[in-house]
Design a protein around this ligand. Sequence first.
Ligand code: BGC
Length: 852
Amino acid sequence: MLKISRLTVEHLAEGCVTDRPDPEVSFRLMSDRKNVTLKQARISVNGWSVKTDSQILIPYRGNKLQPFTEYQVRVEAEDNTGEKAQAETVFETGRMETPWKAEWITDGEYSFTDKKVSPVPMMFRKKFKCIRKVKEAKIYASALGIYELIVNGKKAGDRYFAPGFTSYRHEMQYQVYDVTDMLSGDNTLTAVVSGGWAVGSFVFTRVNRHDADRQAFLAELRITYEDGMQEVIGTDDSWEVTEDGPYRMADIYDGETYDASVDVEKIPWRKAAPEKLRFVPDLRADYSSPVRAHEEMHPVARTKLADGTLIYDFGQNFAGVIKLKIQGKKGQVITVRHAEILNKDGSLNVEFLRTAKATAAYTCRDGQQEYSPRFTYMGFRYASVSGISEENIEVSALALYSDIEKIGGFTCSDEMLNRLQKNIIWSSRSNFVEIPTDCPQRDERMGWTGDIAVFAPTACFNFDISRFIKKWLIDVRAEQLPTGGIPNTVPAQGYGFPATMPAMAVDWWGDACVLVPWAQYMAQGDIQVLKDMYPVMKKYVKACRFWAGFGVGKHRYIWNTPSVLHFGDWVAPDVPKMSQWQKRSKWTATASLYNTSRITAMTADILGEKEDAEYFKKLSDKVADAYVSVFTDGKGKMKEEFQTAYVLPLWFKMFPEDAQKKAAENLAQLAGRSDYCIGTGFPGTPYILFALADNGQEETAFKMLMNTKCPSWLYEVKSGATTIWERWDGLDENGECPISDDGTDMMISYNHYASGAVGAFLYERIAGIQAIEPGYRTFRIRPLAGGGITSARGSTDSPYGKIVSDWKIEEGIFSLDIEVPAGTKCAVTLPDGTTSEYGSGNWHLSCPYNQK
Ligand code: BGC
């Protein structure tokens, strides 16, 4: 029987509220038959319907959608065997540009001028009566700052950090809350607004007031009564405001201070004032994957220091907040600090948090109470609790991250690799908090572009990041410089470029504007993301080409601006100093230009921009030729050898064919000379195993992957890592951090996903799952065994459904079970080289196998 197993609007199976004029519909098919494909489907919405043979992201093209309206979506599908299925869902429109019957309000008497801290949280309040019976009530709200909405004492919605982190002056989100069941006769709407990213201190320079001088709040409650009457209650000067509420301090880095002994009925409230913002926000219904609380984490151990401080170990590094159940006394202060590692004496190591205080301080009222911060988050495995004895407190924690659905999994016969995969997952969760961040703990948590540029393909195997990443790409597009460069952190929030880097194009980091949309397109078949980002890619690559074009002859294609303008082979462990990573920028930048121009050429081709496609293709050819001519002997040997210098041209296929193989041999020898330890920084790490394995050096690739000597992926695992480290040598054999004055200001985080980019190798080579067409409409399964691994299972949900590759080696037989989703085709290659094609369904294959 044919079934529609999933139907989504704007990537959401339910709860979609959108302001888009052309929401996109996708659906998956499931059948108990094999070899099923879609023959035709009809999608109907609002009297409009379209016949299609596509299942992915079909845009609505009917009459203009009306605001505040629920629309039915109906899909009728027929497969190639004549079976039929249908499904329905709904989506709702938001304001669709309806003018607000509300004004931005603030506390007109609050002047916030302090430096490097966040403002005192503001509380707004409105009391009102409903005399009639409420049929439906919805609140539309946003803020400059982070807000929480409380209706009659209960939080509306389960989102953290509303309105979300965007490039506020370009685009802001508002949220929609259905509060029908929360209203009664006498009502109080309360909103707490902290400084957040817009007003609070953010980026490591701790600058504040990026987007506004103080917090501002906007809300509109729209009530429809049973008798048909409508009422709108908007923010205006009839609201009250105070800074004397229980939230005494809230800051992304420093934490939160809460005083539960404050009685909000007894504090002074004054009239709120209308606020004139610095810019007119372009407000759109929340188009993100909002941050929510996911796993509840429980301590695996507790110790007590001599001074009575309790140390809780959660057994897992993550981003989130603690959750306390307390038996307290009025005025008693409980202080919680957070850290990723411990000092030798068992206390928290907070040194690497730099200026981030990462502290939650709670003043009790009498009796049983619960507390969990709402306006901050921390990256931690350990929490210290002082001011209370262990019998009077129960400590757990909530993992907070954007609502990205986990769609992938990788397990194999090697437990250390399984832990590595888990670490990749946890570092993704920890750093997908509103925007793709570098780390969740110290005074950064910024949208560093280079990190996601290299990590995006791995992220796409493990999670459906569609909404999350498309939201961020809107900001990338908005913040592109007129010259074509992309800030190194997006949203830049007053940073974007270090002092050494005038606002220009920066290789690998700026490459995010090319590599991230490309990864999303390949994983999800999302052509719109390419259309949206193409102008940005084009402008960016032209900027890169400009900066590379200063030499003479072939050097016109070598990007050789001073190394301080680049990050180079960032965190390469084979050289000790930051300046040495940067010195490798000649190689990394030139290879980046090759890669971005090649992908931009492919994109232009897909979008029918033939002339552009030719221009960028020619450019990439010239760059490849220059790289090989200038940096190598022409026969596959680098004049100056280091791993990344080989990896990039090998993986990107910049070498002429005969030199390619030789180069892989040279890379393998180089790796052998370092005992198969890793020597790559951000640019080389994602590709080194591919560069080796795809060019006849599988054995070396597996030796590097399975290596447990420092630096290597499994050294971290052996050292007890539960997330991916920023630096390969984050802890030495004695469990101590060896990082000293290397020019990075003690830059070591234990939760940085960048080098977890090796995850793509686990899926694409070991499990062997690889998209041929975007969205896996056709794909390959070609498992690669090695490194003593005797079984592996990789799975990922393509937009068509689940793909599985599950293999084992037993008694000289390699057997493979695969799952191919309806609507797709898979080319399977077994280790004996035989290739065959499979349509949808579950299949079993095998061949003889001699394990080396
Ligand atoms: C961040 C990195 C980032 C880098 C850029 C660091 O401080 O944590 O992940 O990409 O700076 O150089």
